[in-house]
Design a protein around this ligand. Structure first.
Ligand SMILES: *[C@@H]1O[C@H](CO)[C@@H](O)[C@H](O)[C@H]1NC(C)=O
Ligand SMILES: *[C@@H]1O[C@H](CO)[C@@H](O)[C@H](O)[C@H]1NC(C)=O
Ligand SMILES: *[C@@H]1O[C@H](CO)[C@@H](O)[C@H](O)[C@H]1NC(C)=O
Ligand SMILES: *[C@@H]1O[C@H](CO)[C@@H](O)[C@H](O)[C@H]1NC(C)=O
Length: 222
């Protein structure tokens, strides 16, 4: 009997240890705030959430997150260093929020019902994209364009490859991808020295300067 109780004691201790690790782990994870931006009727809400909110649950987001209304007139292009989630219903607000901004880790959830037109949004520095189409009727899909290594500064636009060459990441996202049943796809062209020369018919191709000597990784997401 003493051997048994000693065993039980150690088992309890180990279990308690495990439990505290799990609890601390989830505590730490839920402490990390992420940004959620959603549009509803004509308002844009910018929230800081410490918990994951089910897609398109506006009430819960207003309740659980710390949200502020964003005035269109004061909105400016931002760099999103932490995980960013956007719930949107049409492309006009999405393009205001996303076109030519910087976001590393992005989740886009389509909460509308009207099919979206084909428009191209340019996103700087995108490394990982998760997509939820048509109110969760499909499973979430994702593409990873670049997995960041820890020694890379999170806020730098350019990333070094293994040969220490600098690459600037730019992604073009076709907004009609949210309509279909198709799989999310991405195609990257690496080491593009001039976007204008390589992709003359690309939308906004004229916006990329040819004078700089940076190399781009150009990704198409469709
Ligand atoms: C949303 O809030 C974050 C952090 O609070 C801020 O960095 C970002 O610029 C805001 N975005 C908009 C569109 O207001
Ligand atoms: C994206 O931004 C570029 C440059 O500001 C602009 O020319 C283009 O019309 C925008 N595209 C969309 C779909 O908003
Ligand atoms: C990128 O292109 C330049 C010039 O064409 C070449 O010198 C360099 O080796 C290439 N780098 C990679 C990683 O392909
Ligand atoms: C272009 O490359 C040269 C030499 O490699 C470097 O000195 C210069 O700073 C670079 N210019 C830009 C705009 O990156």
């Amino acid at each position: 009997a003493p051997a048994f109780s000693a065993f039980t004691f150690w088992l309890a201790l180990i279990l308690a240890g495990f439990l505290s690790i799990c609890i601390t782990g989830s505590f730490v994870r839920s402490q990390k705030n992420h940004t959620l931006i959603f549009t509803k009727e004509n308002t844009i809400r910018n929230c800081s959430c410490s918990v994951d909110i089910r897609d398109c649950d506006y009430c819960l987001a207003n309740l659980m997150c710390n949200c502020k209304t964003v005035l269109l007139s004061t909105m400016e292009k931002t760099t999103y260093k932490s995980h960013l989630t956007i719930w949107f219903t049409d492309t006009s607000v999405l393009e205001m929020l996303l076109n030519f901004t910087r976001a590393w880790d992005l989740k886009l959830s389509f909460c509308g019902t009207t099919p979206l037109p084909t428009e191209y949004l340019a996103i700087w520095g995108l490394r990982k994209l998760r997509v939820n189409k048509v109110k969760g009727l499909f499973a979430e899909q994702s593409v990873t364009i670049h997995s960041s290594s820890n020694n890379e500064k999170e806020d730098s636009l350019a990333v070094h490859n293994k040969d220490r060459q600098m690459f600037v990441y730019i992604s073009f996202l076709d907004t009609s991808l949210f309509n279909g049943y198709s799989l999310l796809k991405s195609y990257s062209v690496e080491n593009v020295s001039s976007i204008t020369e390589h992709f003359p018919s690309l939308p906004y191709s004229d916006l990329f300067s040819t004078s700089d000597n940076r190399s781009y990784v150009v990704t198409f997401i469709y």
